[in-house]
Design a protein around this ligand. Sequence first.
Ligand SMILES: Cc1cc2nc3c(=O)[nH]c(=O)nc-3n(C[C@H](O)[C@H](O)[C@H](O)COP(=O)(O)OP(=O)(O)OC[C@H]3O[C@@H](n4cnc5c(N)ncnc54)[C@H](O)[C@@H]3O)c2cc1C
Length: 398
Amino acid sequence: MGAGPAALCIVAELVEQGLEVTALASHTPDKPWPNTYGIWAEELESLGMESLLGHRWSNTVSYFGNGITAEEQNPTKHDFDYGLFDQVSLQSWLLKRCKDLPWNLETASAIKVLGKETEVHCKSGNTYRARLVIDASGHRSPFIKRPNHGPVFEQAAYGVVGRFSAPPVDDEQFVLMDFRPDHLTTKEKHEPPSFLYAMDFGDGIYFVEETSLACYPPMSWTTLRARLQARLAKRGVEIQEILHEERCLFPMNLPLPDRNQPLLAFGGAASMVHPASGYMVGALLRRAPALGKELALAIESAPRLDSSELARKGWEVLWSPELVQRHRLYQFGLRRLMSFEEAQLRKFFATFFRLPRKDWSGFLANTLPLPQLLIVMLKLFWLAPWDVRRGMIFGMPT
Ligand SMILES: Cc1cc2nc3c(=O)[nH]c(=O)nc-3n(C[C@H](O)[C@H](O)[C@H](O)COP(=O)(O)OP(=O)(O)OC[C@H]3O[C@@H](n4cnc5c(N)ncnc54)[C@H](O)[C@@H]3O)c2cc1C
């Protein structure tokens, strides 16, 4: 169920495994996705998929100073390539791997597990049956059960692709996080922080996006737009032409799904967003093959397994004990970070990017084995200034 990146990734694997797949979604799978997806180039290189990037930047920086003195204006250089997917190439490459499987244009409204099979009831009145249903309908799926762990922090962003009175970033530059707060009022400095994510697309076109990493309740797009305008104005930049606007809102610390339920999920519905960064597409590409193989093996070698048993096999691969532990650590880290005011947050990120590159990039991609991840977190603690250390243990007082 679904036709976003998660659905296409998992369908491609299942089709390649020779399984019989029925796909259904509220829109056709070749309808352009509304979001722009970014990724560190190395994640794609390790999969041999770097040709799917539409843009690639080597000049990649962040700003964690206060922006007031010349020294505090200096960027932190990442020296690590970042890219944006070419949406059309990614979508058509995945669809080709789905071997032109037809998608049924349906919106699922109810799901009933009958034992050996599961029934999907659609708004059209049609019903579909399968041995296993995989829900890839996104973060807000009503079908997936998960515990309630309290407030869910959401990442919100307001962005503009357009032309500007002066370049908002340097030529051929990508800015991961510009946290400089010198455009904020004293009151705003005590409100939840946000940062600029920006890039040069060439030909005088830039993408600038004011982003709130994670917040509950989420920061409004109106606030983010006002902050973006104030930030640009501080640097003497005005928006002259808007070619595209992006409004982004998705949960960062959605609890992991109940892994005993008879329905399997993949992507946003399976809480696969990285709780520390909000990224997911790399994880989809990395984790779909093992899940596809496991399901093919279970379906073919054990024809008696019912929907619940098949789903459990899937959940065991998708959320192995190791991945669950890592996810808990990331969620713990995010909760701590959300209690930081902007000055501590800047110090935290400045420290984080002082870690060796393989450490911070592995942390962000979620590719470090658990013991390594723990060591990296300890290194971060060791490097951090005292007030940040205190916040990492106890959280900041509100
Ligand atoms: C604006 C934005 C920018 C993002 N940027 C990045 C990024 O740069 N890098 C990154 O890695 N991640 C990014 N993310 C996070 C994450 O990768 C995306 O949210 C991603 O789109 C989630 O993929 P998905 O396939 O799980 O869900 P979605 O993309 O939401 O797709 C869900 C699909 O299910 C269908 N559907 C929904 N309900 C039903 C139903 N009842 N019946 C049938 N079909 C249904 C929908 O029509 C859709 O096709 C971003 C998210 C947003 C919102």
